[in-house]
Design a protein around this ligand. Structure first.
Ligand SMILES: Cc1cc2nc3c(=O)[nH]c(=O)nc-3n(C[C@H](O)[C@H](O)[C@H](O)COP(=O)(O)OP(=O)(O)OC[C@H]3O[C@@H](n4cnc5c(N)ncnc54)[C@H](O)[C@@H]3O)c2cc1C
Length: 353
């Protein structure tokens, strides 16, 4: 079977890129090995202003409108909501954070990202906030798992999905690119952190980070109508369910939930919510974020094999970044436009041939 693109991996990156290529009339096939992906585990939070210095994410003014539009378009198509816009309460952990937020509120480039700011001793419900808090706007979360399920069903319905593990031994590079009985013009790898094992792209400077998340069912109490950011975050879902996360572990790169991860998340919740309402733990998941050394995605072709490309490295910000980059990568593939965040920046420093 002759196709334009074989896409390896049906996480958020592979799925949205496949969607954009289909919209542009290309014949594609997506394959996935069926392992639980980072996208399925992710909380999907979009938070434009982060860190102790409350800094706006790079290019958020460009990325956020594209992400919202993309998820809205997918909602119309699948008749289901995927992006939940919800303001965030950011509890300050020090007086300097409070002062930094006050400064940001007066900076024109941050207009629209903040609501009211409250100094100590004002409290937000039962949350411990000795230094006050601020309301953040333009925050929310993506329901990634339902979105990926809809896209998978769509791909299957269009005969362009295969459940399969991609292995390099099944590839013929010359004279014609071939994977099993498929002859694509190009293979695009969207393997998340598993790209660190990819024989053609493992030279790229990945810095994968494991994360764990808990799902809790709260008893008696009403959930807040905000995402709460207390160093970790709490996201109210539907019913009495909420999720808390996430841990950061640079050393153990597997998808196994740990006692230490669970304990760290529950300890932080108990310190921030006084007293925490009774709850039952209903879920505990772990996976690995495909982070990169320079915190920029990895997009583009292999230096020696232009028929092989990568679309990866979205770190902890896939929900915000992937819509924009999948549209631009699809445009670049179809019209030969230059690609932002191209891996060419690493050819000289990391590729040894
Ligand atoms: C705990 C945690 C919390 C997170 N929270 C957030 C958040 O709040 N907001 C946010 O924006 N991002 C968050 N992220 C990051 C987010 O998950 C990623 O940015 C994004 O999902 C990466 O998508 P991806 O498609 O590149 O990778 P993945 O989702 O990992 O998808 C890769 C896919 O490729 C498949 N695959 C790999 N190798 C092969 C092969 N050889 N053959 C076939 N298939 C293969 C995998 O099985 C998988 O299905 C979080 C991540 C974690 C782990």
């Amino acid at each position: 079977m002759s196709i334009d693109f074989l896409i390896v991996g049906q996480g958020l990156a592979g799925s949205l890129l496949a969607w954009e290529l289909i919209l542009r009339g290309y014949k594609i096939v997506v394959i996935d090995n069926g392992k639980e992906s980072a996208s399925q585990v992710a909380a999907g939070v979009i938070n434009p202003v982060t860190g102790m210095r409350l800094v706006k994410s790079a290019d958020v003014d460009v990325l956020l409108p594209v992400a919202k539009q993309c998820y809205l378009q997918l909602s119309y198509f699948f008749q289901q909501d995927f992006y939940v816009e919800k303001p965030m309460i950011r509890l300050f952990s020090s007086d300097s954070e409070f002062k930094q937020a006050q400064k940001r509120l007066n900076q024109s480039s941050y207009y629209g990202y903040f609501g009211d700011i409250y100094p100590s001793p004002k409290k937000f419900d039962a949350w411990v906030s000795p230094y006050g808090f601020v309301e953040q706007k333009q925050t929310g979360y993506l329901l990634t798992r339902p979105l990926l399920n809809c896209l998978k069903t769509f791909f299957i319905g269009h005969g362009c999905y295969q459940s399969a593990k991609f292995q390099a031994k099944d590839v013929q590079l010359m004279p014609v690119l071939r994977w099993k009985d498929i002859t694509p013009k190009q293979i695009i790898f969207c393997e998340g952190f598993q790209a660190t094992q990819n024989p053609w792209f493992s030279w790229l400077p990945f810095q994968p980070v494991k994360g764990e998340i808990l799902t809790l069912m709260m008893h008696q109490s009403q959930l807040p109508d905000h995402i709460i950011n207390y160093g970790n975050w709490l996201i109210p879902l539907q019913g009495n369910l909420f999720r808390i996360g996430a841990t950061f572990d640079h050393k153990t790169l597997d998808n196994l939930p740990t006692k230490q991860g669970k304990s760290a998340l529950l300890t932080a919740l108990h310190a921030a919510l006084s007293p925490p309402p009774p709850f039952t733990l209903t879920g505990h998941q772990a996976n690995v974020r495909p982070c990169t050394l320079d915190k920029q995605p990895f997009i583009g072709s292999h230096p020696h094999y232009p028929q092989l490309a990568i679309f990866n490295g979205f770190g902890a910000k896939g929900s915000l970044q992937i819509p924009y980059y999948s549209q631009h990568f699809a445009d670049s593939l179809s019209r030969g436009l230059p690609m932002p965040s191209s891996i060419q920046r690493h050819y000289a420093t990391h590729f040894i041939g």
